[in-house]
Design a protein around this ligand. Structure first.
Ligand code: ADP
Length: 609
């Protein structure tokens, strides 16, 4: 079962392809070497066969050129006459002269006639007949080879019997030398170093060769006794050479690879029999070049194998890289899809959260609006006690002044009445001032246009609203700010903030021995903004409470007195004006501060109320 994934895993390993490359190199090397060597050998052997044929034809033609000559001479009358009178000196002389002429014309080496015992009767020139002549005549042979000790070359002898009254009376011998033919072979052999030609006789002794050193060597192997016998046969002009050690039988056409002890080279040996002459023609072709070419082809094959292996490696790496790319793409797509899903679900959640927030904000806004009104009402409630006190006093005074004026009128004291009326007018004016403030305070914020408000006026109005309380507590009030400075705020709501902060300050100071309320304005941001501080010498707040001051419904006042909304609403209003409300602890008491944008620049002056 584990074989199934093992193969693909193997196919994806670079090491496997390197191994395959190595194997292909070896295979390519061996195959190319074999093929090249085989084809080289075949080519060489075909060429060699062709040459061998040529040499054989050449030799046969050379030897056959004079084949008819002895037969023709046999019927010559001069020789006929010689046979009839072998001892006649004239007949011999005539025959010798004729033989000399023919010898020159035919281009042979020697022509001579012997009697039946082998004694020379007449000849083209003076000569000693070869030792083998007697043996050849005895065997009735028509030709034989014999060595010429004088030249060291091989001579070919053609024999034709001369008959007299149906009895062998003598023999015509034609001798010609094979040295010129051999010389052309040597010449050819010198020209083509790759081929060596040799001719061996029926004793397997080399009688002709393109390599002179091989002459009179034994083709195969000769033991000492055979060597002696050959030496003694006197067939050969010189000593029998070193053995060539060729195999006894050689392949005729395909050739056979041999290695001679005298030549350290691989050779391709082929032979051709020249049956009628009893000779063997052997061609030895040098295989070195074929070997070298095979070597070259082998390296070529190895290179080819290597390139195929490397191509496979490249293809597999490419396939692996593509597969990894596809995997990465798929993973990326999956991740992308998951991300999209996540984003979709988060978007949906966010939309829901947003909707919920919007609803909350709407509810909060509604509640805040309601709370704003409620807080106003609370302030109004607080103020109502003071107001009734504030209004009752002038009313009582008005009544007293009115009654007093009636009596003064009755007494005719018109001046005093006028003074009373003046006082009454002032009191009415003061009361109407209070009611005006109340009216503006009770009005909703958006009913009045927001905009530029004189800061000092708002502070004064707030102080006026709380005057009865501050007076009752004996609070020292200090206002330190620029007269006529205008701030970007809506007057009514700015007063609401100030009343809130001052009211809290009065509350905090009511049980303190030192009661001092300071309202300050300091320029900020190079006069573009102003910092308004409401400072008291009251109880202050603890560090822990400081963190909760601006939380709705945080109050330290007894139930029924504080709602815990004043600071929340004030902070919101200041925020709407573009400022921030902060609480700062002082060494004694608190400072509530907020900043507002300045509307127009003005001159500095200090005002005390
Ligand atoms: P309330 O006045 O109705 O309690 P606020 O929001 O105006 O509501 O004030 C919340 C609390 O902050 C007060 O209960 C008080 O404890 C504290 N506080 C506000 N101003 C001062 C101050 N100037 N000095 C000391 N404590 C203060």
């Amino acid at each position: 079962m584990s074989d199934v994934p093992r193969l693909p895993r193997l196919l994806s390993r670079p090491g496997f392809y390197l191994f395959v490359t190595g194997a292909l190199m070896v295979l390519g090397f061996v195959l190319a070497h074999r093929l090249s060597e085989r084809s080289g050998r075949e080519q060489l052997s075909a060429l060699s066969t062709e040459r061998l044929e040529l040499y054989a034809t050449n030799l046969s033609a050379e030897l056959g050129r004079h084949a008819a000559l002895p037969g023709l001479l046999a019927i010559a009358p001069t020789l006929q006459a010689l046979m009839q009178a072998p001892d006649d000196a004239d007949a011999r002389h005539a025959a010798s002269q004729m033989l000399a002429r023919v010898n020159v014309r035919a281009g042979t080496h020697q022509l001579f006639v012997t009697d039946a015992r082998g004694q020379v009767l007449s000849a083209s020139e003076t000569l000693t007949p070869p030792a083998r002549l007697g043996e050849a005549m005895a065997q009735g042979r028509t030709h034989f080879f014999a060595a010429d000790p004088a030249t060291g070359s091989t001579d070919f002898y053609l024999l034709h019997p001369l008959r007299q009254a149906a009895r062998a009376a003598g023999v015509i011998v034609v001798r010609f030398n094979l040295a010129p033919l051999e010389a052309t072979w040597v010449d050819l052999g010198l020209r083509s170093q790759n081929e060596r030609i040799l001719v061996a006789d029926d004793q397997d002794v080399v009688i002709m060769s393109s390599v002179q050193a091989w002459k009179y060597a034994v083709l195969g192997h000769a033991d000492p006794s055979r060597r002696l016998a050959l030496q003694a046969s006197a067939r050969y002009p010189q000593a029998i050479g070193a053995d060539l050690d060729l195999p006894a039988s050689l392949e005729v056409h395909q050739g056979q690879q041999v290695r001679l002890p005298v030549l350290d080279k691989p050779l391709l040996a082929q032979q051709r029999q020249l049956v009628p002459l009893g000779l063997r023609l052997v061609a030895l072709s040098d295989l070195t070049e074929v070997r070298q070419r095979a070597q070259l082809a082998a390296w070529g094959g190895a290179a080819f194998g290597a390139s195929i292996g490397l191509l496979l490696l490249y293809l597999s790496s490419r396939r692996r890289a593509l597969r990894q790319l596809t995997q990465a793409q798929t993973q990326l797509q999956q991740a992308h899809g998951q991300l999209e899903q996540l984003v979709d679900s988060r978007t949906a959640e966010l939309r829901q959260a947003n909707d919920a927030l919007k609803t909350q904000i709407a509810q909060r806004l509604q509640t805040e609006g309601e709370l704003l009104q409620a807080s106003k009402l609370a302030v109004l409630g607080q103020m109502s006690a003071g107001l009734s006190h504030e209004v009752n006093q002038p009313l009582t005074a008005l009544r007293a002044l009115a009654r007093n004026s009636i009596r003064l009128l009755e007494n005719g004291r018109r001046d005093a009445v006028a003074t009373n009326l003046q006082l009454m007018d002032e009191m009415v004016e003061r009361m109407s001032q209070i009611t005006r403030q109340l009216k503006s305070f009770a009005r909703k914020a958006d009913e009045q246009a927001s905009g530029s408000t004189p800061l000092l006026d708002s502070v004064r109005a707030a102080l006026l609203l709380l005057e009865h309380r501050s007076r009752a507590l004996g609070v020292q009030v200090d206002v330190d700010m620029t007269a006529g400075q205008r701030v970007r705020a809506e007057a009514n709501r700015l007063e609401q903030v100030l009343v809130n902060l001052m009211g809290n300050a009065l509350d905090a100071m009511q049980h303190e021995p030192l009661r001092r309320l300071r309202v300050l304005a300091r320029p900020l941001d190079e006069g573009r903004r102003v910092l308004i501080q409401v400072q008291d010498s009251g109880t202050g707040v603890s560090e822990a409470a400081l963190a909760h001051l601006f939380e709705p419904f945080f109050t330290t006042k007894p139930a029924g007195e504080g709602l815990g909304l004043g600071l929340v609403i004030s902070a919101k209003i200041v925020h709407e004006f573009g400022g921030t409300l902060r609480a700062v602890r002082l060494e004694r008491g608190m400072s509530f501060e907020f900043d507002l944008a300045v509307d127009t620049p003005s001159t500095t002056e200090t005002a005390d109320v």
